[in-house]
Design a protein around this ligand. Structure first.
Ligand code: BGC
Length: 514
């Protein structure tokens, strides 16, 4: 298998040899398409819920409210059932990722990925054939289960197959696919909204494509070496490791996974052990990053970009077009992150993202406040200003909190609590995504422009948290995090030596210390 040797981390390179092989890239690219399903869903909801044909069929009261001439712009979509359409998916994903975590641990990452695509596909069929709101929501729930399974297994899979010095970049392929999914969905909405009768069916139905790609592609990917070794298939694990690293010299890495797996096997109930004191730092950071990611306000823009742009006076098609522009910026931003993350590190990207998002969110609020009246469209300059600041905001998010909130929790847990800990992080993401999806339109209606200042405030808080409490994890092999990151961090180290780990496990982890 062809490949080239990575340089740039000389001290570790001598211990862990590895090339970027063709097989590694194929596995990563295929698995990352799990992000397409999630992204397509995020992007499609806002567009579909602003299509008249969809509203007339499932939410007639919203349709008539929207048509009323002097309706308040900020409030015309404020309807709990409509919000439930968007948010039901996240509720299902929230619960399902715990099952996915058990599945990842027992049956491996690959099967969990395959199952995600099956659930998702059945959900799409229900949605397309929906005759009433119940069927529509049932479809959304199945999509949510698919998303929960994929979001649990894919980032873990990517982090586990990656050589440590490109782990960030490889993991960000997941976010890149999310952004591609969102962008494709925006384009689809734009065209589908022109076809009066079946626009929404077309939009919802195309979600089946990423599920099919993932399902078929998943037969070509490997199980991760970590998962194989954890399941007692060490010989297979070693072979896969040689294949994805493109070298026979993988002994050091193999031994490290073997030891981590031995430590992990001492833990019978991983869900209990994540509540031990020694898991507290990873748990707090894993969950808080998700909370913060959602309280940047990103989904106020993503789900509701078309609705938001319509609310400030763009015509329906112009608003979808602006959403496409935002989607493109989002995609480009995640490419930047993919290239930068293993060079500049996680913290710097997060901090820069905070600064940029803080300023642009506050600027959107300021433009809306300056325009006062709720029933009037914004003048051209102000409307363009809002789109521009939204694009600036999204680019800041796309190279920081977007990808890193998925990457960091997937790499900070030791193997014994990795799937359980990551499930807590994924479910927190889904919970807060649900909360934002459920309350945002009501917040917009009640707080009006103030909602943007509300998000700016949270962005400032998360910046401070990152600066003070987040350790840098760039270029650290996953199975060395405890020894090299947590036990050395000025604050979190106090949680690391509380005696809740067994002596044998401690000895194993201390063996990595140097
Ligand atoms: C977030 C989503 C968000 C998307 C935007 C993801 O990382 O989890 O909630 O809509 O990024 O690109």
């Amino acid at each position: 298998m062809g490949g080239f040797v990575i340089t740039g981390v000389p001290d570790r390179q001598t211990k862990f040899e590895g090339k970027i092989t063709f097989y590694l890239v194929i596995c990563a690219v295929i698995a990352a398409t799990g992000g397409l399903m999630f992204g397509y869903d995020i992007g499609i909801s806002g567009g579909v819920t602003s299509m008249d044909s969809f509203l007339l069929k499932f939410f007639p009261s919203v349709y008539y409210k929207k048509k009323r001439a002097k309706e308040d712009n900020y409030c015309k979509y404020d309807d709990h059932k409509l919000q439930l359409f968007t948010s039901s998916l996240y509720l299902a994903a929230l619960v399902s990722c715990f099952f996915a975590s058990a599945m990842c641990r027992r049956f491996g990452r690959k099967l969990t990925i395959q199952i995600s695509s099956v659930f998702f596909f059945i959900g799409v069929i229900l949605n397309v054939r929906a005759n009433d709101l119940h069927m529509l929501i049932a479809g959304r729930i199945l999509l949510g289960i698919g998303v929960g399974f994929a979001n649990q297994a894919v980032p873990l899979f990517l982090s586990e197959i990656a050589p440590f010095h490109i782990r960030g970049g490889l993991n960000i392929l997941f976010q890149l696919n999310i952004t591609i999914g969102i962008l494709v969905a925006n384009v689809v909405n734009y065209y589908a909204s022109k076809s009066l009768l079946y626009g929404w069916k077309f939009s919802l139905g195309l979600a089946g494509v990423p599920a099919l790609i993932l399902c078929i592609g998943s037969f070509l990917i490997t199980e991760t070496p970590t998962s194989l070794i954890q399941h007692g298939r060490s010989a297979d694990g070693l072979e896969v490791l040689k294949k994805i690293r493109g070298t026979h010299n993988v002994e050091a890495e193999f031994q490290e996974i073997l030891q981590a797996s031995e430590a992990a096997s001492l833990v019978e109930r991983p869900f209990m052990s994540i509540f031990h004191r020694s898991s507290f730092p990873q748990l707090v950071i894993g969950s808080l990053l998700q909370f913060f990611q959602q309280f940047t306000g990103i989904n106020a823009i993503m789900f509701y970009a078309p609705v938001l742009f319509e609310a400030i006076g763009f015509k329906s098609h112009a608003s979808l077009l602006s959403a496409v522009a935002i989607g493109t910026v989002n995609l480009i931003g995640s490419v930047v992150s993919l290239l930068a993350v293993d060079k500049v590190g996680r913290k710097l990207l997060l901090l820069e993202g905070c600064l940029q998002m803080f300023l642009s969110m506050a600027a959107i609020g300021a433009v809306l406040v300056a325009n006062g009246q709720q029933n009037q469209p914004l003048d051209n300059d102000s409307a363009m200003g809002v789109v521009m600041f939204a694009a600036l905001f999204v680019s800041g998010f796309a190279w920081s909190w977007g990808p890193l909130a998925w990457l960091i929790p997937s790499e900070i847990f030791p193997l014994e609590t990795r799937t359980a800990g990551y499930a807590v992080a994924v479910s927190s993401n889904m919970l807060f995504t649900f909360v934002i999806a459920q309350i945002y339109l009501s917040m917009l209606c009640r707080m009006r422009a103030g909602v943007f200042f509300f998000f700016s405030m949270w962005i400032a808080i998360m910046g401070i948290f990152v600066a003070v409490f987040l350790p840098e994890t760039k270029n650290i092999p996953m199975d060395e995090m405890v020894a090299r990151v947590w036990k050395k961090h000025w604050y979190w180290k106090r949680y690391m030596d509380d005696g809740t780990r067994s002596l044998k496990m401690e000895a194993l982890y201390d063996a990595y210390s140097y």
